[in-house]
Design a protein around this ligand. Sequence first.
Ligand code: 6PG
Length: 488
Amino acid sequence: MTNSDTQNENLAQIGVVGLAVMGSNLARNFASRGHTVAVYNRSTDKTDKLISDFGETGNFIPSKTVEEFVASLERPRKAIIMVQAGTATDAVINQLADAMDEGDIIIDGGNALFTDTIRREAEMAERGRHFVGAGISGGEEGALNGPSIMPGGPKESWDTLGPLLESIAANVGGTPCVTHIGPDGAGHFVKMVHNGIEYADMQVIGEAYQLLRFGAGLEPAEIAEIFAEWNRGDLESYLIEITAEVLRQVDEETGKPLVDVILDAAGQKGTGRWTVKEALDLGIPTTGIGEAVFARALSSSLGQRKAAQGNLPTGTLKTFADLGLNRDEFIDEVRRALYASKLVAYAQGFDEIKAGSEEHNWGVDPRDLATIWRGGCIIRAKFLNRIVEAYDNNAELPSLLLDPYFNGELGDLIDPWRNVVVYATQLGLPAPVFTSSLAYYDSLCAERLPAAIIQSQRDFFGAHTYQRIDKEGTFHTVWSGDRKEIQV
Ligand code: 6PG
């Protein structure tokens, strides 16, 4: 590195590759903080558009080739890739690495699978390049005005990158929503779980809507006001806020509530599914996230749904009037069921992060995560302040649910939560995350689980052995003939 390189005002402090909305917004965010930003896109139309629309608002250096782009960066060069996750990422990384030198840093800001990130970092390390997988959350608006950023990769590269990322991240009370999460794939792993929690959070809001709409018979505009009210309390969050806004919208063409004309088939790009697959491998019951992923899949099984509608017995359903409930009390019970189920989903997500971190030796600090998720990201919520406090009080919490504050909250939530699950069942309104989260909670609290039956069955048909509650050792029962237990 030469002094003239670092001081050269014609060089950029950061580069962005991939100028679709997320990439160009991120580039504009860097530029708005006074950085010179090198920009490159495979097809030049996106680069031209960024420069023609926003060239006046910041210092951009556009390039037509990767080589030109790399040459326009200060050393050590720092380039963020914002391309669709998949094979395109490898091609771009290799092109950049070819044009770069020892110690330069490539940052993947997309939603990459963390195992790909681990592989890529190892490949880049062999070539003397730093590779940082960084989760970036906040959607288009966050990328422009301040996302939550979860960088993994070598600590060394964080020392260089940290100030740059801090300058563009969201900020809550003077604390930037970015920190070094841990080595190699740690950043993309926690972003994956963030998205899994996002799935559960979105689904529980959907379940609350469904109960208010088709249980209590409220109109979308009325539910919008209820959500806006909830957003002034413990449930204050970006997702509740935008749902209230969604529910206020009327379709111009039909005059119907917009939510009624949107096809009820939820899409998914994969991060929720990855969270669940990984949880299965780690043996962590992320049931809330799992149900949320399956709920999206079921919603999209349109053929099967159509075939079933009106063609399968529903049993005896009740109407809201049959339940004999006070409407306002019902609304408040639904709020509490949502809060409790959300709490379970976060507790499970943090369990998965802890297990992933232990498995890969990442040393992820859950307190740091809760801190950087308070602003910028899709799951930002007031509630995260409580999670920060929970880990402040006890860094080794066995489950978030056991934090004294949340434990106290659960005392007020549990009965309404049980009631809502019963009402949903009686009304025939599916509430998979409310329901399965309660089953998880009861399982966690149960003194005895039916697992003893499973252990006996396994031992019966396959001599898989079992432990006893009253003595050490491993046992097998000879189930046929004269039954007898032997220690093995
Ligand atoms: C974020 C979002 C972002 C994206 C998801 C949506 O944190 O900013 O999670 O990453 O919107 O990929 O995922 P689905 O298309 O799977 O809902």
